[in-house]
Design a protein around this ligand. Sequence first.
Ligand code: CAA
Length: 256
Amino acid sequence: MNSNEPGVTLSIDGVVATVLLDRPDVRNAQHPAMWAAIASFLESLPEEVRVVVVRGAGGTFSAGLDLSLVDPGQTDVDGSLVATLGRSDQEVVDLIGEYQRPFVALADPRFISIAVVDGYAIGAGFQMALACDLRIMAEDAWVCMKEPALGLVPDLAGTKPLVEAVGYARALEICATARKVGAAEAERIGLAQSVVPAVDLDVTLSGLVSSLVAHDATAVRRTHELLSAASSRSLDEQRLAERTAQVDRLRAVLGR
Ligand code: CAA
């Protein structure tokens, strides 16, 4: 299955679904129609999909929000954020909530999401990479939380995974300075799980996907659920969740 939505190509091949940010002429800059298409795709993935890969066309992950959307001179652009300012605060809050949908959907423990970052992932691009469970980076790639440099805040569900990946102090330093974080540092501080030469990204991805789908799908999903919920639970709540999940697994595995 393969579909071309506005600026994004969505495909499913067996157990792997791919979201290709596909506007290479503007470095895969993102806009609301792309987010809506990605959200609908992720929210309706068939049960057999176990891995979702997010990558960018043309040697770049994503240059972030399409800057025409915040250009006061282009309020006629579809999705213009400047044009939304006539709405009430609550309406804008709700609208951004809609924009956050794909970023939330990428964290669904039904599948393991992998961002393949080459070139750069800036702003909304960095937040999309952060929304994924795992990140593979090319060794010359970099990420940047550019929003504060534009007078804005990161608002696409990226602040929580950033803090969880690198800790509060490093997350604050990365955001407040809006500096570029190179791949070597990203790996060292826990943002990237693998860093390889750009030419090796495909083979690295393929090896990782094979390893991730090698074991029982339900066992991996239940483990994924436990790990992704761990930071928001107390130890007692987490222990209970482990025991409860294990009863189901024991019945399934030993009762065969
Ligand atoms: N939006 C729209 N168009 C963009 C774009 C963006 N974010 N980033 C790049 N482009 C366009 C450029 O305008 C240029 O178009 P033309 O060929 O028509 O001139 C084309 O893509 C190629 O760009 P460059 O020539 O600049 O390419 P480069 O490789 O030299 O530099 C870059 C690439 C470092 C990404 C640079 O283009 C850049 O800094 N872009 C802006 C990045 C940015 O500020 N993004 C927004 C971050 S904030 C956010 O995402 C979320 C938020 O605010 C809430």
